[in-house]
Design a protein around this ligand. Structure first.
Ligand code: DGY
Length: 322
């Protein structure tokens, strides 16, 4: 590279990542970590060669059409790419990459935390402690659901789903899954494949959602499908809020048809999530922190950087999605 390509980094990344990026690129950074709207982002992109965004920046077809021709790539700091209109990027010839693999362990940890937190009423217990409402111990106090030995249904047996399956085996859970295609045993381990979502839902005690948000998966967990689940089932979502029909899930949680939910991702996040969730005791809520560990956030940054380096060397980036 004779001169360094210019990269717009839309959010504050870990210091180590920004330092490393600066060795290869001229950076337009966001030290205050302000969230850019599409207009401001387009303005800032007017003299850059690539953008390194997070899922918080939306690249609609309209925004992509307005990107200056100089912008060659959108190298996401995320595995999810539902915030980018991939078809529009393809048509404009903008390369899009993501950061798979490196966040699977961290996200699986949060899936297990949500599963346990929802099943064992962690949110309620925490509130009781903080509000000094703990007055007594009794055999009936705070009784929840045991997950040991239960049937876990994994919706989307990709990288994260596979790690969750492996961690859940540590709790003697039996693994069921639905995926577009069966996954090789060397990756899925001992697990029962269900060719349909419906079949999966009717045979499990805990559902953990790991499929990406797309036109096909939007509102997939709706009232008809919830009706197929066992009483006392638990729902965990670390993927994207869009896969869940909130109205249906909130109703099922209110009525006790679904025993509990553990959620890290939401429709309308961060500030327009379904108000019903906040009111319910049987929901364990986290603020989209699946990948939020130091190790993982660094690894995501380096992965996005490697993709950019490849692109500007004229090579095929490892994680191209468009
Ligand atoms: C991802 O990588 O998709 C996480 O949800 C954070 O954006």
């Amino acid at each position: 590279m004779s001169h360094k390509p210019v990269v717009l980094v839309t959010r504050k990344l870990p210091d180590a990542v920004e330092h490393k990026l600066a060795e290869h690129f001229e950076l337009n950074l966001n030290p205050d970590d302000r969230q850019y709207g599409p207009e401001e982002m387009l303005q800032l992109a007017s003299n850059v060669d690539a953008i390194l965004p997070c899922h918080t920046e939306k690249f609609s077809a309209e925004t992509i059409a307005l990107l200056p021709p100089r912008v060659k790539a959108i190298a996401n700091f995320s595995v999810g790419v539902d915030h980018v209109d991939l078809e529009a990027a393809r048509q404009k010839g903008v390369i899009v990459t993501n950061t798979p693999d490196v966040l699977s362990d961290a996200t699986a940890e949060i899936a297990m935390l949500l599963m346990l937190g929802a099943a064992r009423r962690a949110s309620e217990g925490e509130r009781i402690m903080r509000n000094q409402q703990w007055k007594d111990w009794s055999p009936a106090f705070m009784v929840g659901h045991q997950i040991t030995g239960k049937r876990l249904g994994i919706l989307g047996m990709g990288r994260v789903g596979q790690v969750v399956a492996s961690r859940a085996r540590g709790f003697d859970m039996t693994i069921h899954y639905h995926n577009r295609k069966p996954v090789d045993d060397s990756l899925a381990g001992a697990a029962t494949y269900h060719a349909s979502v419906e079949s999966l839902l009717s045979e499990i005690d805990v559902l953990s959602i790991h499929c990406p948000a797309s036109g096909q998966t939007k509102g997939l967990l709706n009232s008809d499908r919830i009706a197929l689940m066992h009483n006392n089932a638990i729902v965990v979502n670390t993927s994207r809020g869009g896969v869940v029909d909130d109205e249906a899930l909130v109703k099922a949680l209110e009525s006790g048809r679904i025993a509990a939910a553990g959620l890290d991702v939401y429709n309308g996040e961060p500030d327009h999530i379904h108000p019903g969730y906040r009111k319910l005791d049987n929901v364990f809520l986290l603020p989209h922190i699946g990948s939020a560990t130091r190790e993982t956030r660094n690894a995501m940054g380096y992965r996005a950087m490697d993709n950019l380096i490849a692109i500007f060397k004229g090579e095929e980036p490892g994680d191209r999605v468009a």
